[in-house]
Design a protein around this ligand. Structure first.
Ligand code: CU
Length: 128
């Protein structure tokens, strides 16, 4: 009889420990590892990569008030300079590798721009 009640007591103990443990969240983490590198948006979002002597993506459509950040991923320096006729002038400094430039677009319109160092590099941003 004594043996039996001890067994019941121990089982109850284990159940309580497991329940307490679960409530405290000390079970093995259920979170799945973060998926590496989400797919890059094309024509959406608010970041533009400068790579292989091109602005990616272009054209890019954003809502008014959006801050867009360009990041130079090339070994060569680049700039972001708006073409004449752009609703608001944009002029960045020369961006070295890894440097970025952010501009907030508050006025709707179509902004065409280029790299002043490499005039063949062209981009367009449409602000709605
Ligand atoms: Cu350039």
């Amino acid at each position: 009889m004594l043996k039996h009640s001890r067994l019941v007591f121990c089982t109850a103990c284990i159940v309580i420990v497991i329940l307490t443990c679960m409530a405290a969240g000390c079970t093995s983490p259920q979170t799945t590892p973060a998926t590496a590198a989400s797919p890059t948006a094309t024509g959406e979002g608010n970041t533009i990569a400068i790579k292989n002597f091109a602005f990616v993506p272009t054209p890019l459509t954003v809502k008014s008030g959006t801050a867009i950040t360009w990041t130079n991923q090339d070994s060569a320096p680049h700039t972001i300079v708006s073409d004449t006729g752009s609703p608001v002038p944009i002029v960045s400094d020369s961006l070295s590798t890894g440097a970025s430039f952010t501009f907030t677009f508050t006025q709707p319109g179509t902004y065409t721009y280029h790299c002043s160092i490499h005039p063949s590099m062209k981009g367009t941003i449409v602000v709605q």
